[in-house]
Design a protein around this ligand. Structure first.
Ligand code: ADP
Ligand code: MG
Length: 361
C-alpha cells in the first residue's frame, strides 16, 4: 500500500544518491551540456550492479524514437564485480586489461563490454537496445518502452491477453531460440545471464538486454554458460505451458553450424518448428533434458569453473584439452569428428554414454 510505496521511494532515492558520486554526476552533467540528453529523470531500475535511468534526448543526431533514452550507470563501489572477474579473465584480450585494485577501471570495463556486445547484437538484427554513448561507467542506449516513457516489461511480468496465450508464448519461444543461435553464430557471443529477467517485451518482440557479462564463443566455458541459458529459457516457457524441446535438442540447434544466409530469423523459426514437429514423444524429451542436466551445468555464476586455469591449460595443450571440442568443430565450420553427434562434457566413457543418451553399465 502507499506506506510501503513511500518507504520504497525513500530507499530508491537513497540508492540513487549513493550511485551518483561526484564523478558520475559530472559525466551526467557533461551529457546534458554537450546536448546528448536534455534531462535525466527517475530510475527505471535500481539493481545490485547498476541503476538504469530514463532520460530525454535533445540531439537531432540520435535516432531515438520519441527521444527517450535509457542510461545505465554501473555502480563503482560494489564487490559484486569481483565475481565477474572470471568472465573477463577467460578472454585473452582482457588478460592484461585491468588493474584489479581499481574498482573503477573494472566497472568501466563492464560498461565497455556491454557497449561492444550491444553493438554486435544490434548490428546482427537481434532485438536489443542500440548503444548511443559511453563515458567511463555510464552507458546511454535507446529506451525500450512506450511513447510516454513507460519502460517495457520484463518477460517475467508479461501477461498475454490473447484468446490463446499458449500459442503466443510458443511463438515467442521459437523466436528466442532463433536469436540465441544468431547470438552464438553471428555475434559469436553467449549471453551467460539469459532469463525472463533480461528479456524485455517491446513492440511484440523479445528484446535482449544486460549483456555486459556475455562471453565470447571461444571462451573456454562458453558452452557451459549456453547450457545455463538454455535451462533458464526452457524452464520459463515450460511454466507457461509450452511443450519445449529438450535442452539437448536446443543446444544442438543453437550450436549446429549454419551458413550466414541461414541465420535469418524467419528461416530459423521454420527450423525450430520442424524440430518441434519431428518429436515423437514429449516425455522422451523430458527424460533427455533430465539426463542432459545431470551432466555438469553451473547453476549460478559462482559455480563456474576456474576460467583462468582453463585458459592456461588451453595455452599448453591446445584445443584438444577442451571438453567441448567435438561441438566446437561444427560450430567453426570445420569438418566434424566422427563422434560429433554425442555431446561430450565428460571424458570418461560413462560420461560419453550418458551424454549420448545411452544406458550406463
Ligand atoms: P542489471 O540487471 O545489471 O541491473 P539490466 O541491464 O538488466 O541491469 O537493467 C535493469 C533493468 O532496467 C531491466 O530489467 C529493465 O527493466 C530496465 N532497462 C534496462 N535497459 C533498458 C532499456 N534500454 N530500456 C528500458 N528499460 C531498460
Ligand atoms: Mg538484468
Amino acid at each position: 500500500d502507499s506506506g510501503d510505496e513511500r518507504h520504497k521511494d525513500k530507499s530508491d532515492r537513497a540508492t540513487t544518491e549513493q550511485v551518483l558520486d561526484p564523478k558520475t554526476r559530472r559525466i551526467l552533467f557533461q551529457m546534458i551540456n554537450s546536448g546528448i540528453v536534455s534531462e535525466i529523470n527517475g530510475t527505471i531500475s535500481t539493481g545490485k550492479e547498476a541503476n538504469v535511468y530514463h532520460a530525454l534526448s535533445s540531439s537531432e543526431d540520435l535516432d531515438t524514437p520519441d527521444k527517450h533514452v535509457a542510461i545505465k550507470v554501473y555502480k563503482t563501489s560494489i564487490l559484486v564485480f569481483k565475481d565477474r572477474e572470471k568472465y573477463v579473465t577467460g578472454e585473452f584480450r582482457f588478460r592484461k586489461g585491468f588493474n584489479k585494485s581499481d574498482n573503477r577501471s573494472m566497472v568501466k570495463l563492464w560498461a565497455e563490454k556491454e557497449m561492444r556486445n550491444l553493438k554486435r547484437i544490434h548490428a546482427a538484427g537481434v532485438p536489443s537496445p542500440e548503444p548511443l554513448y559511453l563515458k567511463r561507467h555510464v552507458l546511454a542506449m535507446t529506451f525500450l518502452g512506450d511513447s510516454k516513457g513507460k519502460a517495457a516489461p520484463r518477460l517475467k511480468d508479461v501477461e498475454f491477453t490473447d484468446e490463446d496465450p499458449v500459442s503466443r508464448w510458443r511463438s515467442v519461444y521459437i523466436e528466442l531460440l532463433a536469436y540465441m543461435r544468431i547470438l552464438l553464430q553471428q555475434c559469436k557471443l553467449v549471453h551467460a545471464d539469459l532469463s525472463e529477467y533480461n528479456i524485455l517485451w517491446h513492440r511484440d518482440r523479445p528484446y535482449i538486454i544486460d549483456v555486459s557479462q556475455s562471453v565470447e564463443a571461444d571462451h573456454p566455458r562458453s558452452l557451459d554458460f549456453l547450457r545455463m541459458d538454455i535451462k533458464n529459457v526452457n524452464d520459463f516457457f515450460k511454466r507457461h505451458g509450452i511443450s519445449v524441446l529438450s535442452d539437448k535438442k536446443v543446444f544442438q540447434f543453437i550450436t549446429k553450424h549454419a551458413e550466414d544466409a541461414e541465420l535469418d530469423v524467419d528461416t530459423l523459426r521454420v527450423e525450430v518448428e520442424k524440430l518441434l514437429a519431428e518429436r515423437i514423444d514429449e516425455e522422451e524429451d523430458e527424460v533427455e533434458t533430465e539426463v542432459f542436466r545431470k551432466q555438469y551445468i553451473p547453476q549460478t555464476l559462482d559455480e563456474v569453473y576456474d576460467a583462468e586455469l582453463d585458459a592456461e591449460n588451453l595455452k599448453v595443450t591446445g584445443r584438444n584439452a577442451l571438453v567441448y571440442k567435438d561441438l566446437l568443430a561444427p560450430l567453426k565450420g570445420e569438418k566434424p569428428e566422427p563422434t560429433s553427434d554425442s555431446i561430450v562434457t565428460n571424458t570418461s566413457a560413462s560420461g560419453q554414454a550418458r551424454a549420448s543418451g545411452q544406458e550406463v553399465e
